[in-house]
Design a protein around this ligand. Structure first.
Ligand code: HQG
Length: 183
């Protein structure tokens, strides 16, 4: 069995490979972001990061945010969201809840309130229904501030939202007029 820090380390490695740099181990993803599990295991081992199939499955099952999905036939794996590489997850537009949250650092606030929330390196801006999740995300960057997004008004005014397999709300950009600081 893996201990929590081994699980976290493997989860971070999978995030790197399945969201950002599959070429790091010479892996190819298809257009929808899927990689063959056999191929992943083989190439990870060949590049010095061996893992068993059971360990891979454990990471997928225990990921707190359900970051990864294994296909029903068990042959393929992908990240549910968070990519910087170009993949089409095939998400359908969906109506968001009234309010969503985004956690960030206070040092980004001036820029965000001037130009809105951008997707930066990723495909979308990431939003959550849960203020405490937003707080944890923001803490990664420094002193945290949780922004409240008027998602209902954005949606009513023509902005498209998607909900990833693991419940993250995604949109292209959040113009500053829909944002308020604090919850
Ligand atoms: C900031 C985690 C200045 C933005 C989470 C954020 C999430 C701006 C950073 C997922 C800006 C981008 C994504 C502007 C945005 N001026 N700063 N105009 N617009 N920013 O990592 O949302 O654990 O790309 O506030 O749960 O922090 O990896 O996005 O601070 O779902 O599964 O630029 O990562 O999931 O950072 O995190 P990121 P994020 P995992």
């Amino acid at each position: 069995m893996m201990n929590p820090s081994e699980l976290k380390s493997l989860s971070k490695f999978l995030s790197l490979i399945l969201r950002h740099e599959p070429e790091h181990i010479g892996l190819a993803l298809d257009d929808a972001g899927w990689a063959g599990t056999d191929s992943l295991l083989e190439k990870a081992a060949a590049s010095g990061r061996p893992m068993t199939r059971e360990q891979l499955e454990t990471v997928v099952e225990t990921s707190d945010k359900k970051r990864f999905a294994i296909s029903e036939d068990g042959l393929r794996i992908r990240a549910n969201q968070g990519h910087s590489i170009d993949v089409d997850l095939g998400l359908r537009p969906a109506a968001p809840p009234e309010v969503l949250y985004h956690g960030t650092a206070t040092r980004f606030l001036e820029s965000i309130l001037a130009t809105g929330l951008d997707k930066r390196q990723r495909h979308h801006v990431h939003l959550t229904t849960d203020p405490s999740t937003a707080r944890l995300v923001g803490q990664r960057y420094g002193v945290v501030v949780v922004l409240t997004v008027d998602a209902a008004r954005m949606h009513a005014e023509g902005h498209t939202f998607f909900r990833s397999e693991n419940g993250v709300w995604l949109t292209d950009v959040v113009p500053a007029r829909y944002l308020s600081a604090g919850i």
